[in-house]
Every structure is written in structure tokens, then in C-alpha cells.
Design a protein. Structure first.
Ligand SMILES: [Mn+2]
Length: 264
């Protein structure tokens, strides 16, 4: 059995990253795959980078917030919304060597494939060639997800992505992409598994009406020798109020908005 901790969307939240990492170690993760969005709009920068490097992920995918940072470092940020430009200048002002970091993350791919115990897995932040649109939201239909398995990716068993901050597990049937097919012959099904890993630092989902605080979300994926897979969606509690205290101390731009995203 191989156990991979797949994590993403830290968004400048070191407390959440620590909660995730200690849980994954406790659960015996063999490897780490990161699917993008390290910095902003949360308060942590350099210290977060050190903690991230310590995890040594074997996969590092470039998210849309990596592109924001690269654009900001290159002064190529005219197209970005004002709020993102302001957050990115906070991030680059607080990193020791933003140029070097920007160069490094510009080499991270948008899509990568891994084979574990024969199971073929595709990894991306969002779509394999576009890390920033809404195509893969929880409201999407099967035909909108098909790009995850098209062209060179048609032999993948599983597609795993991030970006929407909603832990999700669903199947798509490549032989039946439209809803409500009449008289469908189920023996023809070509089913593939699609997993979203949620967000470490800034989850958007509210799984029940009782769920109030934010937890550090990630996917612990167990893959057996026979190709069986067990996705464990983890939600790890940590002290949300510390996060906002830090945002105030560090004079984070839009700290009220950040506070509101934690329901504090
Ligand atoms: Mn994203």
C-alpha cells in the first residue's frame, strides 16, 4: 500500500500548512504532491516557504496564484485586478528573494502524470492547460470534465485537481457524457475517477449546517498493489483566531476580508 498526501491552495496560511503536515506524518504519508497556490491572500510568506521546502513535495504544479506572483515580479501585472496586485506586492515585499522564487515556480508544470502500483494518475491545478477558469466547479456537468482525459491523457485512470476548494469525488463515463441518457447500456461504461482535494488554507465548502470553523483540507490517497484506491478526505482543525491575529500584526492588505473568510 502506498500513501500519498496531495495538498494545495495553502494561500499564505502557515497554521493550516502545519496542521496538514503533522496529520499527514502521523498517518504515514510516503510522498507529497503539491497542486498549486502557495502565497496570498493570507499573511504568511518567507516562513511559509521554508515550511513548504521542508515537506519536499515530489510534484509541484503551478497554480493561478503562482502566475500572479510571476506577473507581479516581472511588472507584468496590468491585467490583474487591483486587489490581486496589492496582495502580490505584499507577498513580494515579504519574500527574501522574490526574483529567484519567481524563476523557480515558473518552471513548475501545469500538468503532470504519475503511475503508482500501475494506477495512472493525472495531476493539475485546474484544467491540464488552464489553471484559472471555472470549468471544473461543483456545478459542472460530465462533458465539461472530459478534457481531463482527452488526447495524450485518455489512458488515465484518475484525474486529481485543486482550485475550487471543495473536496469532491465523482465519476465520469467517457461513453456517456450527456445527462439522462435513455436506454443506456451500462456494460459499455468507460468510467474514470475525478477527485478534488479541497484547500489547506482557505476551504470554501460547508459540508453540513453545523460546520463553522475552517479546517486544513487535503487528500490522503492510498493505492494498493492490485490497483485499488482509497481516497481519504482529511479535515484537520487548528486555531483559526491565531491566523487573523497574525494578519493584523503583519498589516495584511484586506485583512477584514480575510477575517470574514474565516467567519471570525
Ligand atoms: Mn487556484
Amino acid at each position: 500500500m502506498t500513501k500519498v498526501a496531495i495538498f494545495s491552495d495553502i494561500h499564505g496560511n502557515l497554521n493550516a500548512l502545519k496542521a496538514f503536515y503533522s496529520d499527514s506524518k502521523k498517518n504515514g504519508a510516503d510522498d507529497y504532491w503539491f497542486l498549486g497556490d502557495l502565497f496570498g491572500p493570507g499573511p504568511d510568506t518567507q516562513e511559509l516557504l521554508e515550511a513548504f521546502k521542508e515537506i519536499e513535495p515530489s510534484v509541484k504544479i503551478r497554480g493561478n496564484w503562482e502566475d500572479f506572483l510571476i506577473n507581479s515580479v516581472h511588472n507584468d501585472d496590468k491585467e490583474l485586478p487591483d486587489s490581486i496586485r496589492i496582495i502580490e506586492s505584499y507577498v513580494t515585499n515579504h519574500l527574501q528573494n522574490p526574483k529567484e522564487i519567481s524563476e523557480n515556480i515558473s518552471n513548475w508544470p501545469l500538468h503532470q502524470e504519475k503511475t503508482i502500483n500501475g494506477v495512472r494518475i493525472g495531476l493539475s491545478h485546474n484544467l491540464p492547460d488552464n489553471n484559472s477558469n471555472d470549468t471544473l466547479s461543483i456545478r459542472s456537468e460530465s462533458h465539461e470534465l472530459v478534457e481531463l482525459f482527452q488526447g495524450p491523457r485518455q489512458t488515465l485512470d484518475i484525474a486529481i485537481y485543486a482550485h475550487i476548494h471543495h473536496p469532491t469525488m465523482r465519476y465520469i463515463d467517457l461513453n456517456c457524457l450527456m445527462p439522462n441518457a435513455k436506454d443506456y447500456n451500462y456494460s459499455q461504461a468507460d468510467e474514470r475517477l475525478v477527485l478534488n482535494i479541497g484547500s489547506v488554507g482557505l476551504p470554501f465548502d460547508k459540508p453540513t449546517h453545523l460546520y463553522k470553523e475552517r479546517r486544513a483540507e487535503y487528500l490522503l490517497l492510498e493505492i494498493g498493489e492490485g490497483g485499488d484506491v482509497y481516497p481519504h478526505f482529511r479535515r484537520i482543525p487548528y486555531d483559526n483566531s491565531l491566523e487573523f491575529k497574525k494578519a493584523s500584526e503583519k498589516k495584511l492588505p484586506f485583512k477584514e476580508r480575510y477575517k470574514n473568510s474565516f467567519n471570525l
